[in-house]
Design a protein around this ligand. Structure first.
Ligand code: UDP
Length: 413
């Protein structure tokens, strides 16, 4: 067994790895390409960073390509992202032309790789039109949507759908995100890498150092939300919930840590709103972390008492998975993939408002037994459902299924 696979066997179990090896047999030497629009920041980059090398360990020729663009391109794709999540966005024709122009340019550059590949996974809307510009493709192409697209803003979806219908299949994180499309749709939830800097065990010394750097105190219960500064992550709602809970538990401390994904032009504006909302409170820390601060994120998650992810829309919410993996209760917005992970009273609490979040914060901090009971379940829940090895197994199953000509919709996982 190769080195990397050996290490995963220790966390996920030897049977899981042997199963991956069996499934990969018909795919030996095949070319698989993933394309997205950022190497750093956000959940997609987080997954591909490990999914691609692990696929390679199974003797599959997997690679990861990234498309880039200018300000207008990302303005357009951010509006598409928001519109897929239901926000009305009237994208001017000039920006849509730019979107197609950048996709056409990248298709030109990547065409030999993409047209030769046996399987191509295109992530999210940014590179979705690449297939349109690769008319001589040989392999199967999947559009992998990581966004809660259950109620998209119709005019934008109509534009994108035109390009997505050209794919052989789509993959969504949850069944309720699937759309009316003329090809099979597969359901594959995302996953975390238990061996990455973000999720591995940290030494006591390293945790102490992080504790000291951020001046955390054991007597001050720590609430933590790690998220890009994006309105759908509702950072202002988190501050309001914290302020309500603080009236009853004055010692609580809140950290909102985020960074900018390079494909997210709205971050600076939201960060400024968050700074203003927190201005009068010394117990709130706002951290702007560099995109490679994985061990700091890991340490903060381990040092927190409660992880918050109060999103109002969320494709999946890897930060929830990461928090649960560190045996922490998660108070999460009752939306999208958070509902797959936060099971009321078992792994945390789903909330619909800042008031609801404040109530659950108080409840958990006043009931240490309940907090411990949830902590004990949280990690095992992730081990069984949301590790990288499970996601890779489903990708392999999908590719093998394609080789054998699966035509009907099947649900994996
Ligand atoms: N993340 C990070 N630093 C930050 C903010 C986020 O490393 O400042 C990571 C976070 O730990 C998680 C991913 O980025 O792994 C965010 O994924 P999620 O699915 O929660 O949200 P997305 O950004 O994809 O909407």
């Amino acid at each position: 067994m190769a080195g990397l696979l050996d290490s995963y066997a220790e966390v996920a179990g030897g049977d899981v790895i042997r199963h991956l090896q069996q499934l990969s047999e018909p795919l030996q030497g095949m070319k698989v390409v993933h394309v997205n629009s950022t190497r750093l920041g956000g959940g997609v980059a987080e997954i591909l960073t490990k999914l691609v090398p692990l696929t390679r360990e199974l003797n599959i020729d997997a690679r990861w390509e990234v498309i880039t663009g200018d300000g207008d391109f990302f303005k357009c794709t951010k509006s598409m992202h928001n519109a897929l999540q239901g926000m009305p966005a009237n994208i001017p024709a000039r920006l849509l032309d730019k979107y197609l122009e950048i996709n056409a340019q990248h298709a030109e550059e990547l065409r030999p790789t993409l047209e030769e590949a046996d399987f191509v996974f295109i992530h999210d809307p940014q590179p979705a039109a690449l297939l349109h510009f690769c008319p001589n493709r040989k392999g199967s192409w999947f559009w992998r949507c990581h966004i809660d697209a259950s109620q998209p803003y119709r005019p934008v979806w109509k534009f994108l759908r035109h390009y997505i219908t050209e794919y052989d299949a789509s993959i969504f994180s949850l069944a309720k995100f699937s759309q009316s499309l003329p090809h099979p749709q597969y359901i594959i939830p995302p996953s975390i890498d238990p061996l990455s800097d973000k999720n591995m065990e940290l030494s006591r010394e390293e945790l102490e150092e992080i504790n000291n750097n951020y001046q955390l105190m054991e007597s001050h219960p720590l609430l933590l939300q790690i998220s890009r500064f994006d309105r759908f992550k509702d950072p202002i709602g988190v501050i309001n919930a914290y302020k309500m809970a603080r009236r009853f538990i004055p010692s609580i401390h809140l950290i909102l840590a985020g960074g900018e994904a390079t494909d997210d032009p709205e971050g600076a504006e939201v960060l400024e709103e968050v700074r203003q909302a927190a201005a009068d409170d010394d117990n709130i820390q706002i951290l702007l972390l560099p995109p490679d601060a994985h061990r700091i994120v890991n340490g903060l998650q381990r040092l927190a008492d409660i992880i918050i992810q109060k999103s109002t829309k969320e494709g999946f919410g890897l930060t929830v998975t990461e928090g649960l993996w560190k045996s922490k209760p998660v108070i999460g917005g009752n939306t999208g993939g958070i509902c797959q992970q936060v099971i009321d009273h078992q792994t945390g609490y789903l909330v619909n408002s800042p008031e609801g979040a404040a109530l659950r914060i108080r409840y958990l901090l006043h009931n240490p037994n309940k907090l411990e009971e949830i902590s004990a379940k949280a990690k095992e829940f992730v081990r069984e459902n949301f590790l990288l090895t499970r996601q890779l197994r489903e990708h392999l199953t999908l590719m093998v299924g394609m080789l054998h000509g699966v035509e009907d919709r099947i649900v994996l996982g």
